[in-house]
Design a protein around this ligand. Structure first.
Ligand SMILES: Cc1cc2nc3c(=O)[nH]c(=O)nc-3n(C[C@H](O)[C@H](O)[C@H](O)COP(=O)(O)OP(=O)(O)OC[C@H]3O[C@@H](n4cnc5c(N)ncnc54)[C@H](O)[C@@H]3O)c2cc1C
Length: 303
């Protein structure tokens, strides 16, 4: 079986995100913790959403720019490409992880971190049944190679939905160490799994998110054979970069066995990051990189 990098490349080719914006409506919302809001969206356009899906797949949600009010979704022009209607304020795009997809009801559920007065946080707090959103994707994040001796998962609150989805998906008995950075005990959620999981919560206790160094410190403290590991990292860009470098340079983790993605970056909005990442992707493709290689997008700015 292929390592995670190779399989994600193959799946990306298969389910290559079409230039298609799906329309969906908020069906219901619920509180998971004081800082996590669960939002379920549904609609006919979601049919087939899960085809070729993998655990922790993410979709870009097209939301109103300030998080509330009506969203003006792009319309498909005569050239088959989506574009904004004249005078319409374009939506913002925010990535959320699939926590659940119900193919019968045609419903997709995401858990959104409420971290400030940002578009995603405001939207999730105020989302109400009937609100329109757009969806683009999916983006694959995880594949469990059966050849992995054990799995390392390292993530912060933005990646907590992904860690939860991955843990739920792992077969019984799979050895996994999950390191989760959060603010304090109030951020804890249940992480059900059939895997042989060791879950460690790492608390910042009021220190700012993004540069606590907790994930790197915890990974450095692991005494395990990394050559046989499959590692997955999702967190703030700087935290991901330092854990990734440590695993590749100091622990001998083979690069094809590592999936590392910045889930957010300090001081940059997701829109600014999209431009940064796209620019890095274009440069990597121009330098001969495989355009279907998800690592070009996820790792271009982590090197
Ligand atoms: C593949 C993928 C899957 C993701 N899945 C989820 C998910 O399921 N649930 C979820 O909540 N998030 C998820 N994220 C992260 C989310 O998309 C970003 O955090 C996004 O920036 C949130 O948008 P916003 O409107 O809140 O903030 P933005 O407008 O993008 O940013 C505003 C400010 O907030 C800061 N900021 C952004 N995110 C955080 C954060 N997590 N903590 C502290 N400060 C932050 C930025 O640095 C910036 O200064 C995912 C990201 C990726 C790449």
């Amino acid at each position: 079986m292929p390592p995670i990098q190779e399989e994600l490349r193959r799946r990306t080719r298969l389910t290559r995100p079409q230039v298609r914006i799906r329309r969906a409506e908020v069906v219901r919302t619920a509180e998971v913790t004081a800082r996590i809001r669960r939002v379920t969206v549904g609609g006919e356009d979601l049919a087939g959403c899960a085809e070729g899906g993998l655990p922790a797949d993410a979709w870009k949600f097209l939301l109103p720019p300030d998080g509330r009010g009506p969203v003006h979704l792009p319309v498909v022009g005569p050239d088959g490409m989506p574009g904004d209607e004249p005078g319409a304020v374009p939506p913002v795009m925010r990535a959320f992880t699939v926590r659940r997809f119900d193919p019968v009801a045609g419903e997709l559920t995401v858990d959104v971190l409420l971290h400030a007065e940002t578009p995603a946080s405001v939207w999730a707090r105020s989302a109400a049944p009937g609100d329109l959103v757009g969806l683009a994707g999916p983006r694959h994040e995880f594949f469990a190679s059966p050849e992995a001796g054990w799995h390392l998962l390292a993530g912060d609150e933005a990646a907590l939905p992904a860690v939860a989805a991955i843990l739920e998906s792992l077969p019984a008995g799979t050895a996994v160490v999950a390191l989760v950075e959060a603010d304090d005990e109030a951020d804890r959620i249940d992480l059900p799994t059939a895997a042989a999981a060791e879950v460690r919560w790492l608390y910042r206790r009021g220190a700012p998110a993004g540069d606590s160094g907790l994930l790197e410190k915890a990974v450095r403290g692991l005494d395990r054979p990394f050559a046989a590991a499959q590692a997955w990292i999702g967190a703030e860009a700087g935290a991901v970069r330092s854990v990734r470098r440590h695993l590749l340079d100091e622990r001998g983790l083979p690069r094809p066995q590592l999936q590392a993605a910045a889930y957010w970056k300090q001081s940059l909005t997701s829109d600014q990051r999209d431009i940064e990442v796209f620019t890095a992707y274009q440069a990597a493709v121009a330098a001969g990189g495989d355009p279907d290689d998800p690592a070009l997008t996820t790792e271009a700015d982590l090197a």
